[in-house]
Write a protein that binds this ligand. Structure first.
Ligand code: C2O
Length: 590
């Protein structure tokens, strides 16, 4: 007897829900979505070539530019997809909470096979706050996790071995093959969503196998809707295998509302206000990044690249807040608040199930087009232990459509797609601002500036072009770029970005419209002696799409904008703020 499958779920993808939303809201434009099962974009290479113009392979391009790199001592760019590590070489992780130990047992005789994708009926992932009342399902879920915890400690399916996978690929236990010491890092880039999709998929399949249920799915923490915005109750029973004591107890009980802008200080606004803020943040994230995948998913990272700036997309930024909010507020922020330990809490997978769902919705909104027509993304390859205890390799291009992995999500309302009042326009547009309240704001200049929590950094930034026509906007998206972001401690860092229209070169007291955030989780680093801590050296960058935002605040005719960076936690310097026009890859809009 199938526990979860219900024909009303399986027939349609979430795209259909979006279409329904579309007819409710006329402004929503969902290109090319067909409501047939399995229709959301089969990404075989042939299909890929058919549907979109062939792009110049970056390797060919670099070959063409070969002379350039040949004569100068320029950076050595391998321009190739990230490949799996040599498993025989696992280094101590930068994970003091785990005593720097998260390497798995290594079996030199183990061979790597191709993954046989499941041939199950479409499995339906359901919201955590709904499955709570499904006793039969909950018994199975708990039993599966119990069995996972009871496996021998060195079994690749063992609960803590599974959790260690996250530590290995986040805390620098593996280096890329054929590089001196370039670690594999699955955050801060375009790898974030696909790698976590596979990680979650195998975890789910293993749990299903442990209870011999091919229909088993992990529930999603439906934090994008009011009823799902509290910590999921199913993880709170201290007697359950789903329980984890290492959480911020103030947040996980008593119906406290999750704060997607959390920065280790309590939001004192009313519940309904926090809910509205969260929905607006999600809405803006989609609205501002639909026209260019890297704004949502993160920037490219290619094999051998060592010095590139970390650039996560806004979906990763949003997701970080839940990590911080669930983990302990002090110490190593265990378990959820630190990458090395995050997956030791079962809620990690429930949270990532929703992150994965957000990507699926993003994809559907963009007519299921491939996010990056770039072989360095599509051919990136990862290793996992599958549900048959095989060590398998899987390619990025094979996970873009969840149907291939045989799962889908139960359709639930998307309140953030609806009409919400998210603008502060009353204040920003107010003509009542008196001259007395205006202050002079300078350009950023050329020297890096430290952010100061009590005195937000406000800079005036020239726009490349004003009064752009609709067609120009469809071709290029206007983007605020903040470069050389340096987090100067191992603690969490967060700053929020606001945009307003200046009065000449003067700024009003209001910061204007929220555009997005930069967040870096606490991330312990080890020093060259392998033990003492050192601060991160890698810099980051942040890109925020603002084309729709400028329309919302009626700023299309402004030459310049005031950009305000509000430090919320941590210690950060930034190297520059600019506004640029970037080529779009989709005309989708909400
Ligand atoms: Cu790998 Cu939610 O992080």
């Amino acid at each position: 007897m199938s526990l979860l499958l219900n024909s009303s779920f399986t027939g349609a993808s979430s795209a259909c829900l979006l279409q329904r939303e579309r007819s409710r809201r006329r402004r929503l434009h969902v290109p090319g979505v067909t409501c047939r099962q399995g229709s959301n974009g089969d990404r075989s290479d042939a299909a890929r070539q058919q549907q979109s113009p062939p792009l110049l392979d970056r390797r060919d391009m670099l070959l063409g530019l070969g002379g350039l790199y040949g004569v100068t001592a320029g950076p050595k760019v391998l321009a190739a997809p990230i490949m799996p590590p040599d498993l025989s070489k696992c280094y101590p992780a930068t994970a003091p909470a785990l005593d720097n130990k998260c390497c798995p047992p290594y079996d030199p005789g183990e061979t790597i096979s191709e993954y046989s994708f499941p041939a199950t009926p479409l499995r339906v992932r359901r919201p955590a706050h709904i499955v709570k009342d499904d006793q039969e399902y909950m018994d199975k879920y708990k039993e599966a996790v119990r069995r996972m915890k009871n496996l021998p400690a060195d079994h690749p399916w063992n609960y803590y071995q599974q959790a260690n996978i996250h530590c290995q690929y986040c805390n620098y236990a593996y280096h890329q093959q054929n590089t001196d010491d370039v670690p594999i890092q699955v955050h801060f880039s375009w790898i974030f969503l696909p790698w976590h999709r596979y990680y979650l998929h195998f975890y789910e399949r293993i749990l299903g196998k442990l209870i011999d249920d091919d229909t088993f799915t992990i529930p999603f923490w439906n934090w994008d809707t009011k009823d799902g915005m509290t910590f999921p109750a199913i993880f709170q029973d201290a007697a359950s295998p789903l329980y984890d004591p290492k959480r911020d107890q103030r947040h996980v009980k008593d119906g406290k509302i999750l704060d997607l802008k959390y920065a280790y200080t309590e939001n004192t606004a009313s519940d309904s206000e926090i809910i509205r803020e969260n929905l607006c943040f999600i809405q803006k994230t989609f609205k501002h990044s639909l026209s260019l995948a890297e704004l949502f998913m993160g920037d490219p990272v290619r094999a051998g690249e060592k010095e590139i700036q970390e650039a996560n997309g806004q979906m990763e930024v949003i997701h970080n807040a839940a990590h911080m909010w669930v983990g302990e507020p002090d110490g190593y922020k265990e378990n959820m608040g630190d990458f090395s330990t995050a997956a030791r809490d079962s809620v990690f997978f429930c949270h990532h199930c929703n992150v994965d769902r957000m990507w699926d919705i993003y994809r559907n909104l963009r007519g299921n087009r491939v996010e990056f027509e770039d072989n360095d993304w599509l051919d990136s390859t990862f290793l996992f232990h599958d549900e048959n205890e095989q060590l398998v390799k899987v390619k990025m291009s094979d996970c873009l459509n969840p149907t291939k992995l045989r799962y889908t999500f139960e359709q639930v309302p998307l309140p953030w797609l609806g009409k919400i009042n998210c603008q502060k326009t009353a204040e920003t547009k107010s003509k009542a601002t008196t001259e007395l309240s205006l202050t002079r704001v300078n350009e950023f200049g050329t020297t890096a500036q430290a952010l100061d929590a009590s005195n937000p950094l406000r800079v005036i930034v020239a726009r490349p072009k004003k009064n752009r026509k609709k067609k120009e906007k469809q071709e290029k998206v206007e983007v605020i770029q903040i470069k050389d972001i340096q987090v100067t401690t191992n603690e969490t860092a967060r700053f929020d970005v606001y945009v307003a229209v200046p009065y000449g070169d003067l700024a009003g007291p209001d910061y204007g419209e929220f555009a997005g955030s930069y967040v870096r989780l606490a991330h312990r680093m080890k020093g060259s002696d392998g033990t003492a801590e050192q601060v991160p050296k890698k810099k980051g960058k942040l890109k925020l799409g603002i084309t729709p935002l400028l329309e919302d605040i009626d700023a299309e005719d402004a030459d310049k904008l005031v950009v305000t960076l509000v430090l919320r936690t941590g210690s950060v310097t930034v190297g520059g703020v600019s506004i640029n026009l970037l080529q779009t890859d989709s005309t989708a809009a909400i």
